[in-house]
Structure formats: C-alpha cells, structure tokens
Design a protein around this ligand. Structure first.
Ligand SMILES: [Zn+2]
Length: 295
C-alpha cells in the first residue's frame, strides 16, 4: 500500500518536472508535431478517460485508426485504441460520444460475446505468475493454467464485452482484431500463431458485420513471422507496443504507440504523452530506442 502511494507520489513529481521544465511542450513540438499518436488503453474507468480526452482535445485532433499514416495539417493528432475488449469498455460509450472520438477496440474474438475469461484475469494466472506464464511456450502456459482449472475455450466468468454491448457500441466504435485468446504469439508454434491471426479476423467479421482489417499484437510481441502471417491473412495494418508517433513513413505493420496507464492522473497522462516514461520502462528490461523488449 505504502509502495503504491509512494510510486504515485514519485510519478506526480516526475510529471510536474516534465511540465515545469517544458519537456512535455518540447516533445509535442519536436517529436509529435502533426504526426499521429496512437494511444493504448485497456480498461480505464469513464471519469479517468473523460479527464484525459478533455485535456487532449485542447492540444490535438482526434482521428480514426485508418488515418494513422495520412499527412497532417500542422496540428498533433491522436487515435484512441483499447486492447482486449474488456467488459468495462461498455461504460465508456458516453465518453466517446461526448468527445466525438471514434476509438478502435481490439477484441479477443474467442473471449468476447461468451462466458469466458481473459487468461491473465483468472485467479490461477496470478498464482502461477503472469510474467512467468508469458515467457513459457504457448503449450506450457496452457498446461499450467489447466492445472489451475482454466481452459481458454471453457465457460467461466465473462470478462469480455457481450454481444449486446458490442451491438450497442457498433455505431460509435471500430472493432478490430487482437487474436482469439491472447497468447504471446512469439511463444506459439507456427500452426497456433497462424490460426490465432486468421481465425480472429473471420470471427470479428462475423460478430461485427463488417470488414476487419487492423490487428494489434498481444502483449506487443511480434517478429518477422508474425508480420508475414498478418499480411498473408489480409490485414492492412498492425499496431505494436513500440513507442513513437506515426506518419506516411511508418511501416503499416509496425505502427507505433503510446501506452497510457488506465488510472493515470491528468498530470501523469501529460508526462506519458512524451513517450519518455514508457521508453525508460522498456530500457530497464533491455528494449532500446523505445522498442518493446521482445521475447
Ligand atoms: Zn492485449
């Protein structure tokens, strides 16, 4: 508990430094410019997202994901994305409408619309150690979770958006693909990897009723094999977790992102928009130049 509040105080201190020393403003002018920041959330509460979007709209224009690589007109631009299709995302709809944002939600097609649980939200995953499980081969991870009573295709607590929620959000939200069950793709064998990428596209299209053409790599793990499989499956873009801004020169299958803490205060959010805190977090784990540390 004390560690958490200590961490929060430290973040506030760093964030204040960023604002006072002009780092936040300088980053906007020198790096963001009129390029596109693809912000990545998971399961923020409506009040937090409302405060972030209220702050953001003062400094940039909101654009949909398909505009991530189009030329700008002098103003910074932002795309709002949310990963996994958490059931709590349904409560965000009034916030999207209020701020006139058309976000992209990357869904796990084998979990949403069913009584299933995202694997890392199962109590067994916490006991086994989520980071430890991520580093195992896919088969090893599933075997270990099975011992805790978790099956990725078995009925359990529903942690994903329901069919009715997706239907209600469809006019305001762009739904795209994030695999079926959210394995770490680089820890899958070829057949598992291909199936997760191909089946997800088909299932999202059936669920949502229009073309699914954008992909997001689960946990930010990808390599040449994953990029080639995503292209072969017919997607036109894929978002990584590598830090940065996007323009016409960005590889569409390696779109860059700024991960935002779902619970960030507005001040910490402003600091996160510089990309610096995330780059440092990666650096500590061996990822240079804003690159997500791959495994
Ligand atoms: Zn995810």
């Amino acid at each position: 508990m004390s560690q958490t509040s200590g961490g929060a105080a430290f973040k506030e201190f760093i964030a204040m430094l960023f604002v006072l020393t002009g780092v936040a403003r300088a980053t906007r002018a020198l790096l963001w410019r009129d390029r596109v920041a693809i912000l990545l959330y998971h399961d923020p509460d409506p009040a937090t997202l409302d405060a972030h979007l209220g702050y953001l709209r003062e400094m940039c224009d909101f654009v949909p994901l398909e505009k991530a690589r189009t030329p700008g007109q002098g103003r910074p631009r932002a795309v709002i994305t949310l990963d996994d299709g958490h059931i709590g995302n349904a409560d965000l709809l009034p916030v999207f409408i209020k701020h006139r944002v058309r976000p992209t939600i990357f869904l796990c097609s084998g979990i949403v619309g069913r009584a299933r649980t995202h694997w890392w939200l199962h109590p067994g995953a916490k006991k086994a150690g989520i980071e430890r499980l991520k580093h195992m081969t896919n088969a090893e991870r599933l075997a270990e979770l099975d011992a805790y009573g978790y099956r990725q295709d078995g009925d359990d607590r529903a942690t994903g958006l329901t069919v009715e929620q997706i239907e209600a959000m469809r006019p305001y939200v762009d739904f795209q693909a994030h695999t079926q069950f959210h394995p770490v793709l680089t820890r899958c064998n070829d057949a598992e990897c291909e199936n997760e990428i191909v089946a997800c596209k088909r299932e999202i299209e059936q669920l949502v009723g229009n073309a699914c053409s954008h992909f997001a790599y689960p946990n930010g793990n990808y390599g040449e094999r994953e990029v080639e499989l995503v292209k072969a499956a017919g997607y036109t873009s894929a978002r990584t977790c590598d830090v940065g801004w996007n323009d016409g020169s960005t590889d569409p299958f390696r779109l860059r992102t700024i991960i935002v803490d779902d619970h960030a205060s507005v001040r910490w959010f402003a600091a996160q928009l510089t990309g610096i805190p995330l780059s440092f977090r990666y650096l500590r784990r061996g990822g240079w130049g804003g690159r997500f540390p791959q495994f």
